[in-house]
Design a protein around this ligand. Structure first.
Ligand SMILES: NC(=O)c1ccc[n+]([C@@H]2O[C@H](COP(=O)([O-])OP(=O)(O)OC[C@H]3O[C@@H](n4cnc5c(N)ncnc54)[C@H](O)[C@@H]3O)[C@@H](O)[C@H]2O)c1
Length: 429
C-alpha cells in the first residue's frame, strides 16, 4: 500500500483532470429543501426501470412524483399506475422532457430513458436547476460524462447515478473492511455478469407505430431508420444508442470493483471477445473480457450475455484479491476467505434501492455529495467506454491516469465523442 505508484492512484491523492476540477470528497452545500418540505419529482422514461423508480421515490417520506414523461404513449399509463395508492396525485403526462422541465415546482429529474439520453437529459435538468438521478451508465460517450460532471458543478446540483449498491449498508461494511486492510493490499479484482438472453433477430424497416414519437426517442442522436426490433430495450446492443453489456451491467460491477480498490482512472485497457452466439442485429460483444490496469494493480470484467453460468454459480459478483485473503461480494452481502481458501466470515443483509433514494434526497435536503456522485459515476462509466473503444478498434489503449484520456491513438480518440443532431449538442447554460 505504501509504494509511491500506489499512492499516486489512490482516490485521496489523485488529481482529477483539468476539465473536472472538484473532487468527490469536497461536499458542496447544496441544501435546497428542509426535511419536511415535499420534494417534487419528474421521471423521464417509464417503460421499465423508470416505473420502478417512480414507485420508489413515491414511497419515500415527503416525496411526490408530479410528472411522468415518455415518448411511448402506452408507457405513460405504466408510470402513472406505478405510484397509485402511494400518493393522491396522478402524475401529469408529458412526451417532451423540455416541456416537463419548464415546471418550476419540479425539484428532481429522474432519467430512465435509453443511454443516449442520459447525459443530455442530465445537463438539461441541471440547466433548469433540477437535481438529477440519472440511471447508469451516466453517459453514452466519455465526453458526455465529463459534461455531466461539469453541469452538476456549474449549477451546484446534486447529481447521482443509479449504481444503487454504493448505498447498501451491507456492501458499505464489506468495502470498509477491505479499506481497513482485512485482506491486505488488494492487487486484483475480478467481476462478472452472466445472463441467458435471447436473440433480437433481424429487424425490418417498418412504418412508425402510432404510439411512438421516434423523433424524440432519438433526440440528440443522428437519425437512423426505424426498425421493428429496436424499441424497447434492444437498443442496448447497438453502438448508436447503447453501450452493450459492459455499459449495461458491467458498469454496476466495475463501480463496486473501483470503489473497493480505491482507484480512479486506468493506465491501460485491453479488450477481447466478440459476438459469437446469435447471427442477428446486435453489434456489441456478447462474450467480453476486459482488463483494466491501474499502474501496479488491475481489474478484470467478464460479460456473458447468452449463458447464465457465472463464477460462484451466480450471475453477478465481484471478488477482491488481497495479499492476505479474498473478499467475494455479491448483491446482498460478502464472504471473506483466507489464503487457504477457507471461509473466515460471511455477512448477509438485504438488497433493494431505497437506501440509494434516501442518500440522494438527504443530500438535496442537507447538502453534501451522494454516495454515487456523478463524478464517481463518470469514472466507472468511463471504464465501460474505454473497454468498448478498445473492443471496437481492436487495440489496447494506454490512458492518462489523471483523467482517463486515451494516449497516442488518434483513431480511438475519435470515439471519445460522437456527432449530434443539429441543435442537440449538449451545452451547459
Ligand atoms: N440501476 C439499475 O439497476 C437499472 C435497472 C434497469 C435499467 N436501468 C437503466 O435504466 C434505463 C432504462 O432501462 P429500461 O430497461 O426501462 O429501458 P426501456 O427501453 O425498456 O425503457 C426506456 C423508456 O424510455 C422512453 N424514452 C425514450 N426516449 C425518451 C424521451 N426522449 N423522453 C421520455 N422517454 C423516453 C422509452 O419510450 C421507454 O419507455 C437504461 O439506461 C438502463 O441502463 C438501470
Amino acid at each position: 500500500m505504501s509504494s509511491p505508484s500506489r499512492r499516486f492512484f489512490l482516490k485521496s491523492t489523485v488529481a482529477t483532470g483539468a476539465t473536472l476540477t472538484a473532487t468527490a470528497s469536497v461536499a458542496p452545500k447544496t441544501a435546497s429543501a428542509s426535511a419536511n418540505e415535499t420534494l417534487v419529482v419528474g421521471v423521464m422514461g417509464v417503460n421499465g426501470r423508470g416505473s420502478s423508480l417512480a414507485r420508489g421515490f413515491a414511497q419515500q417520506d415527503n416525496c411526490e412524483v408530479s410528472a411522468v414523461c415518455d415518448v411511448d404513449s402506452r408507457a405513460i399509463a405504466k408510470g402513472q399506475a406505478a405510484v397509485e395508492g402511494l400518493q393522491k396525485r396522478v402524475p401529469n403526462a408529458f412526451s417532451d422532457i423540455r416541456k416537463m422541465l419548464e415546471d418550476e415546482s419540479l425539484d428532481i429529474l429522474v432519467v430512465a430513458a435509453p443511454n443516449h439520453w442520459h447525459a443530455p437529459a442530465t445537463i438539461l435538468g441541471c440547466n433548469h436547476n433540477k437535481h438529477v438521478y440519472v440511471e447508469k451508465p451516466c453517459s453514452h460517450t466519455p465526453w458526455e460524462g465529463e459534461m455531466a460532471v461539469k453541469a452538476s458543478r456549474h449549477h451546484n446540483r446534486v447529481v447521482t447515478m443509479g449504481s444503487q449498491r454504493r448505498s447498501r449498508e451491507i456492501l458499505q461494511e464489506g468495502i470498509q473492511r477491505i479499506h481497513d486492510g482485512e485482506i491486505g493490499d488488494v492487487l486484483y479484482s475480478r467481476c462478472w455478469y452472466s445472463n441467458r438472453r435471447g436473440s433480437i433477430g433481424k429487424g425490418k424497416n417498418v412504418e412508425l407505430p402510432e404510439w411512438l414519437d421516434y423523433e424524440l426517442w432519438q433526440g440528440p442522436c443522428t437519425e437512423q431508420p426505424f426498425k421493428d426490433n429496436l424499441v424497447h430495450y434492444n437498443w442496448h446492443w447497438h453502438w448508436h444508442w447503447g453501450n452493450g453489456e459492459l455499459g449495461n451491467n458491467g458498469v454496476h460491477a466495475l463501480d463496486v470493483a473501483r470503489w473497493g480498490m480505491q482507484v480512479d482512472y486506468p493506465t491501460r485497457v485491453v479488450s477481447g471477445g466478440g459476438r459469437y452466439r446469435f447471427d442477428d442485429d446486435q453489434e456489441t460483444a456478447d462474450t467480453h473480457l476486459v482488463s483494466f490496469e491501474f499502474g501496479d494493480r488491475m481489474m478484470m470484467w467478464e460479460g456473458l450475455s447468452w449463458s447464465p453460468h457465472g463464477l460462484y454459480e451466480s450471475g453477478f459478483g465481484v471478488t477482491f484479491h488481497g495479499t492476505n485473503g479474498m473478499l467475494h461480494m455479491f448483491d446482498t452481502g460478502f464472504r471473506i476467505y483466507d489464503m487457504q481458501r477457507k471461509v473466515v466470515d460471511e455477512v448477509t443483509g438485504s438488497g433493494g434501492d431505497s437506501e440509494h433514494f434516501n442518500d440522494f434526497l438527504g443530500c438535496i435536503r442537507e447538502g453534501g455529495r451522494p454516495t454515487a456522485d456523478i463524478e464517481e459515476g463518470h469514472k466507472s462509466t468511463l471504464l465501460c467506454h474505454l473497454g468498448n473503444i478498445a473492443q471496437q478498434t481492436g487495440r489496447s489503449l494506454d490512458t492518462d491516469p489523471t483523467n482517463g484520456h486515451i494516449l497516442d491513438d488518434a483513431e480511438a480518440s475519435k470515439l471519445w465523442t460522437k456527432d449530434y443532431r443539429e441543435g442537440w449538442t449538449p451545452t451547459i447554460s
